[in-house]
Design a protein around this ligand. Structure first.
Ligand code: ZN
Length: 453
């Protein structure tokens, strides 16, 4: 989710292939090697339409390097997300692989502009390269979880038009390497607005990004599960585009602020360019560093994270946005009035740290101390609402209580009513709070476990 909605400027020994297949079969899961090669199939789409009607258009299939994604639990998703891409057996309809995601396109659908015009957005996905003909089914969901549009199309792995992703000559360097891509979560950091002379700065910024991430629990404890590679993509110019200052730069990934006219919403203008920049590098999750000191960022589940590299809040924004893009965490902040609802009372949000109480048992009910009232009345300090301003003056004991005392507090997901969050203050609510709450922490652990076990 983007940071434009924030209350304040705030804001990832190889088991042999045979071994992995054996493991899968022990779990009764579909064997990877039976259906897929150790290679990546990239699928490029355009998602288009308006608030009322959406369409999915298939553009191109490309063949990439080795498969960096999971080789187990192929037919299940970690979280529902706002869309799904499935690899199907064309004869039986069986799901051979599935992944879930959210998109910038779907965020745009809630903008006024989507009531006035049609618009198209690039989206790219990676699936393991099939050994035989398959069908791909892409589906998008609305806030009630209903399918709004779907596209099913065939892919023949022998198709001569499947183009290899061309080598771009960019250098890459592993900042964290804990194993083979088949056994680790592979996060790629790529820069935008770094000209040829900025390469040393990019590698230094990428190292700072890894420091920021691994300084926060549970990532500190879980960092052994990650490979993090920095890809020095070269832009023509230094810095990224800042439309509200009239500044436009010629950069590789076309990063710009003012997405949906929100000054601090920083996004990459071309997803295809992002994927092209990562050619030859095994990756599952993407972090784009923008070479700018202007405050901003954004994080979209299983899609992309963008962040300004030089703003003082960089480490905080980065960790918050990674909560969105990696673990699908929702924003725990809210407004007193007037925000387009992204959640409806009758539907439990898929984000693990928010609830509408429609199906609270599926959320953190098992973690609540006995006797906790639902909803939970807030601590009196909540009434100040501007707790971020006084956060640093609060005794540590109070800060820990606000961050760690589990309940079901009303206000979250941008809405002051009808959506509930697990604690009063969390990394997913205010920048000042360093720590993820216990529910967010468990969600991140579960995500890591999903990809690695
Ligand atoms: Zn939280």
């Amino acid at each position: 989710m983007d940071i434009r909605k924030t209350l304040l400027p705030i804001i990832i020994l190889a088991v042999s292939a045979i071994g992995a297949a054996a493991q899968d079969s022990e779990k009764g899961v579909i064997g990877f090697d039976k259906d897929f090669e150790n290679k990546t199939l990239r699928l490029d789409y355009v998602f288009a339409g308006n608030a009322k009607r959406q369409q999915i258009h298939f553009c191109e299939a490309l063949s990439g390097g080795i498969w960096a994604g999971r080789r187990h639990s192929l037919d299940t998703v970690c979280l529902d997300g706002n869309g799904r891409l499935e690899v199907l057996d064309p004869e039986t309809g069986k799901v051979l692989y599935v992944n879930s995601f959210s998109t910038l396109f779907q965020e745009w659908l809630s903008q006024e502009e989507a009531t006035l015009t049609d618009k198209a957005f690039e989206e790219c996905f990676q699936v393991p390269f099939p050994r035989r003909k398959i069908n791909i089914r892409v589906s998008l969901y609305d806030i009630r979880g209903n399918v709004t549009t779907t596209l099913t199309h065939p892919i023949d792995p022998a198709d001569i038009i499947i183009r290899p992703v061309p080598d771009n000559g960019f250098t890459h360097r592993y900042i964290l390497k804990n194993g083979e891509p088949s056994e680790c979560i592979d996060l790629a950091i790529v820069g935008d607005g770094y000209a040829a002379q900025d390469t040393a700065k990019f590698f230094s910024d990428a190292a700072r990004a890894v420091e920021a991430l691994t300084a926060h629990e549970p990532f500190t404890t879980l960092k052994g599960n990650f490979n993090i590679v920095a890809v020095a993509a070269v832009s023509k110019e230094s810095g990224v585009s800042i439309p509200h200052e009239g500044i436009w730069k010629n950069t590789l990934l076309k990063c710009h602020f003012d997405t949906f006219y929100s000054a601090r919403y920083l996004t990459a203008g071309s997803m295809k360019a992002v994927y092209d920049a990562l050619a030859g590098v095994p990756f599952e999750h993407i972090l784009v560093l923008s070479n700018t000191a202007v405050y901003g960022g954004g994080g979209i589940y299983n899609s992309i994270l963008t962040c300004s590299a030089d703003h003082p809040t960089f480490p905080k924004v980065l960790v918050h946005e990674f909560g969105h893009s990696f673990a699908g965490l929702g924003d725990e902040y809210y407004y007193d009035d007037g925000y387009d609802p992204m959640y409806v009372p009758e539907k439990e949000p898929w984000e693990p740290n928010l609830t509408t109480l429609a199906d609270f048992a599926s959320k953190w009910a098992d973690m609540l101390p006995e006797g906790t009232p639902v909803p939970t009345p807030p601590d009196s300090i909540e009434k100040t609402r501007d707790v971020r301003k006084i956060w640093n003056t609060l005794p540590e004991e109070t800060r820990k209580r606000l961050n760690g005392k589990l309940g079901v507090y009303e206000g979250g997901g941008y809405l002051s009513k009808g959506v509930y969050r697990p604690v009063q203050e969390c990394r997913m609510k205010i920048n000042e709070c360093e720590d993820f709450c216990p529910v967010c922490t468990r969600a991140i652990r579960r995500t890591v476990s999903f990809y690695t076990k």
